[in-house]
Design a protein around this ligand. Structure first.
Ligand SMILES: [Zn+2]
Ligand SMILES: [Zn+2]
Length: 301
């Protein structure tokens, strides 16, 4: 990509220098677009530019979002909002979890993130400026949320089948009372297979529609990371999102899955578990019992 004027004889070498130079000739671009274009210009290698940006972004968001939960765990005031309030994770548990998550980030996710740019380009993903409108980005992200949730529901449900559970999914269930950091605590196979819902769905989307900007992909991954970490936080607040959006899953939904090992398989929404009758927890069990009794009652008549 070249955004600098041909008239520039000596191209600036620092990132800031490139930014200033680029700003002179690209007044139509906003600050973020200029920062973005300068980064690619500065790197002179699109694969490295996307690779580094993706990996750093993933680490910053993952740990940046997990740290507030670690702090909340240490503040007694919040204990009343902890869903399984007897089970506050210890510092040793959290450290143990961090080590495995980091190992998996560097060994499993890093090579995949590196391959992402060539694959994205090959599939027709846009990496240039200007960015798409926010409406377009919001629409794409909403579609990915719905599709990822469906993928997650079925694959996660399959992973609870005996042989698959024992060989793959058991690691993720080590913590029956989850905490934010445990969101990606899982077997590498699980990270790849369930991760397809997050990384593969947008790729299939761009192959079919030919429309997707890599920035939309980044924003989607940031939202999805927030969703996954918050769902594992172990906290249910009066201001949690599912009180306002009844179909949003949240921690209330996924915590029960970890506690009971059965039901509530979806990631972001409640509709799949509702429709397929796999809702978990005492309330859902009671409803199921009542329905069964009503059926039997009818038979007796
Ligand atoms: Zn599970
Ligand atoms: Zn989980």
């Amino acid at each position: 990509m070249s955004f600098l004027s041909n008239a520039t004889l000596a191209a600036p070498e620092t990132y800031l220098g490139i930014y200033n130079e680029l700003s002179k000739y690209n007044v139509h671009l906003n600050v973020f677009e200029r920062l973005w274009a300068s980064w690619y210009q500065y790197m002179q290698n699109d694969v490295l530019a996307t690779g580094i940006m993706s990996f750093v972004m993933h680490e910053i968001v993952y740990f940046g979002r997990s740290i507030p939960w670690i702090i909340i765990d240490r503040i007694p005031y919040f204990n009343k909002y902890k869903i399984q309030n007897q089970k506050i994770p210890t510092a040793a548990e959290q450290w143990q979890c961090t080590k495995l998550v980091l190992l998996s980030h560097f060994t499993v996710e890093l090579p995949q993130i590196w391959l992402f740019h060539p694959m994205a380009k090959y599939c027709g993903m846009d990496t240039g400026v200007p960015f798409p409108s926010w409406q377009t980005m919001a629409f794409h992200i909403a579609v990915f949320f719905v599709l990822e949730d469906a993928w997650h529901y079925w694959i996660h449900r399959a992973m609870h089948w005996g042989p698959l559970y024992r060989s793959v999914h058991k690691i993720h269930h080590q913590y029956s009372a989850p905490f934010g950091l445990a969101a990606e605590y899982a077997s590498p196979i699980e990270v790849m297979v369930l991760g397809f819902g997050t990384a593969g769905v947008p790729i299939v989307w761009v192959l079919i529609t030919g429309q997707l900007h890599v920035l939309t992909m980044y924003l989607w991954i940031v939202f999805r990371l927030f969703q996954a970490i918050d769902a594992h936080s172990g906290y249910e607040f009066p201001w949690s999102l599912h009180h306002f959006l009844p179909f949003w899953a949240g921690a209330d939904h996924h915590d029960t899955h970890h506690e009971r090992f059965i039901g509530n398989y979806a990631s972001s929404f409640r509709w799949w578990d509702y429709v397929m009758d796999t809702e978990s927890g005492p309330e859902a069990a009671k409803k199921r019992r009542e329905r069964k009794l009503a059926k039997e009652g009818k038979k007796v008549e």
